[in-house]
Design a protein around this ligand. Structure first.
Ligand SMILES: C[S@@+](CC[C@H](N)C(=O)[O-])C[C@H]1O[C@@H](n2cnc3c(N)ncnc32)[C@H](O)[C@@H]1O
Length: 196
């Protein structure tokens, strides 16, 4: 691990140590629970304290969850015990070690944007597998999320990054219309890997 990786890990450890609870279930998941498969292997990639992993396990999926931060993984394991759900959680740098090809029926990514991982994420889905993705966009109405625009999606960027997949749900409202309403600041995608 390089010095800057170490620094990143310390930053996330500190944030997860000081945060309350497991975090919030991502809207892309909460709004699209009806699209989940009844069973299968799911990965929460860069899972943080694991609200999404817990929700996926409660929906009956066999869940793996990876994050760089050991503190996040400890917190996730503790919540999973309290909630009596089983999750295989591990400390893993998903950029250095992306998921193996065709290893998951569903991959969820929330508030983690590493563009170079898109091809590996698509490869890691089994045929017919689903991607749930949500993160901040540049075309936002509030200042929540990363201040560096490089860490935010451009218009339509999720669609471009995952173009080979079949779009099943997409939402990105930008600054259109009545900005106090709707689901702002983020883009959300649910997409399906074609069966060859
Ligand atoms: C904004 S948080 C989002 C956490 C969670 N997905 C959520 O929605 O609550 C970003 C997460 O990415 C993790 N992370 C950053 N770089 C990573 C990497 N290279 N490999 C694995 N996790 C990473 C951080 O530790 C942090 O938990």
């Amino acid at each position: 691990m390089t010095g800057s990786d170490d620094e990143l890990t310390r930053k996330w450890d500190r944030r997860h140590r000081n945060a309350e609870g497991p975090g919030e279930v991502a809207a892309v998941l909460a709004d699209n629970l009806h699209l989940l498969p009844a069973k299968g292997d799911a990965l929460d990639l860069a899972c943080g304290r694991g609200a999404n992993a817990i929700r996926l396990a409660q929906a009956g999926l066999r869940v793996t969850a990876w994050d760089l931060s050991a503190v996040a993984i400890e917190r996730l394991n503790s919540t999973a015990r309290t909630q009596r759900v089983s999750i295989t959680a591990g400390v893993r740098d998903v950029i250095a070690r992306p998921p193996e090809p065709e290893s998951f029926d569903l991959i969820l990514v929330s508030y983690f944007l590493e563009r170079s991982l898109a091809p590996a994420i698509m490869r890691a889905l089994s045929p017919g597998g689903l991607l749930y993705y949500q993160t901040f966009s540049v075309n936002a109405v509030s200042d929540s999320g990363p201040s560096n625009p490089a860490f935010r999606l451009q218009d339509n960027e999720l669609l471009a990054l995952f173009r080979p997949l079949k779009v099943r749900f997409y939402r990105e409202e930008g600054r259109l219309g009545e900005c106090r309403m709707g689901t702002r600041d983020i883009a959300m995608l649910v997409a399906e890997k074609p069966v060859a």
